[in-house]
Design a protein around this ligand. Structure first.
Ligand code: OOG
Ligand code: MG
Length: 326
């Protein structure tokens, strides 16, 4: 016996609700080939102030499992709603197995457009999964790019509000500030570094919208590479003032060293990661603009952060940058 559960906001006209129930029953009966009298429609009502975006999501997810197609638009909406509701969800690729990489980047682009529509500004680009430590942890060996807006940005010393996020983790990054526009294809590490104005320390807070950070490559691309917050600080150096591949860093949690790496962890050299981003973006008709910042990718595995924790990265030349959660 097919049973359909629908949730309505309280206070609807009874006759309209009755028509809606019949309509749902007829649709279910027709699509499952089940006799109409065997279909049960269970209706629950919630007060308007208890209605959450997630309720729409649940029905959307259920609908898509029943064969209703996903779209770039609905996937972007679902991911933004998960972020807004601080609710993790299952992988998109479980419900939308056809989601390929090109479509995933289109979802990412639409998601960022929606951030811009609500007033955020694009401030840069990030790379994800550029180090072996990150690739091993996530079980994905292919780097990816994502877009940074000022909505993700924290000022140095600004606390991280954990209650705004789902399950945040922090990772140390080397950050470039671009002096010139960088447009692929054909960018090498050397030409990439030529376009860089300065190098700084960064801490990125990632917060996958997928349960347990479990995702396939198209999922994490669509999810703007788990972007949530980032802070850039420490010393500001020109790229020729240090050996970026050799630059050592230590990641500490509440003063205890939990991991170490050098700049070589990302693609052998952070400038290789920058070149990779420029060339990958060119395939999608995009470039890195002058003035933009580029997060080159977590140098170590990311650590979970809880209220009261301080996570810091200590570089030899790029200085120290700390983030405290509340
Ligand atoms: C994906 C984001 C990866 C990085 O630096 O590797 C990333 C994830 O690990 O959830 O930002
Ligand atoms: Mg990162």
């Amino acid at each position: 016996m097919p049973i359909v559960q629908i949730t309505l906001v309280e206070g609807r006209d009874d006759q309209v609700v009755a028509r809606c129930i019949k309509e749902v029953a007829r649709t279910v009966s027709a699509s499952l080939g089940a006799p109409l009298e065997t279909v049960r429609v269970v209706v629950t009502e919630v007060p308007a102030d208890r209605w959450a975006v997630g309720d729409v999501l649940k029905s959307e997810a259920a609908a898509s499992r029943g064969g209703v197609g996903w779209t770039i638009e609905s996937a972007a909406d679902v991911l933004l709603a998960a972020e807004a509701e601080r609710r993790d969800r299952g992988r998109l690729t479980d419900e939308w197995p056809e989601l390929d990489l090109a479509t995933a980047y289109a979802v990412q682009r639409r998601l960022v457009e929606k951030l811009v529509e609500r007033g955020e500004q694009v401030v840069g680009v990030k790379l994800g999964l550029t180090s072996e430590a990150k690739q091993r942890r996530m079980g994905i060996s292919s780097p990816l790019t994502a877009v940074l807006t000022d909505g993700y940005r924290l000022e140095v010393g600004e606390p991280l509000r954990v209650d705004e996020l789902i399950h945040p983790r922090v990772e140390p990054e080397i950050v470039f500030v671009m002096g010139r526009r960088l447009e692929g294809p054909g960018i090498t590490a050397e030409s990439a570094l030529d376009a860089v104005a300065s190098v700084q320390a960064g801490l990125e807070v990632i917060d996958s919208r997928f349960t347990d950070f479990s995702f396939a490559l198209p999922d994490v691309v669509a999810d703007n590479a788990s972007s949530a917050r980032f802070v850039v600080g420490g010393e500001t150096l020109r790229p020729d003032q240090l050996d970026l591949a050799a630059e050592p860093c230590r990641l500490t949690v509440n003063g205890e060293v939990v991991d170490t790496a050098t700049g070589a962890a990302v693609q052998g050299h952070p400038a290789e990661a920058l070149a990779l981003a420029a060339n990958a973006l060119a395939e999608r008709g995009e470039a890195i603009e002058a003035g933009q910042i580029v997060l080159t990718g977590g140098l170590t595995d990311a650590v979970f952060i809880h209220p009261g924790d301080t996570v810091a990265v200590e570089f030899e030349h790029l200085g120290t940058l700390a983030l405290t959660a509340e």
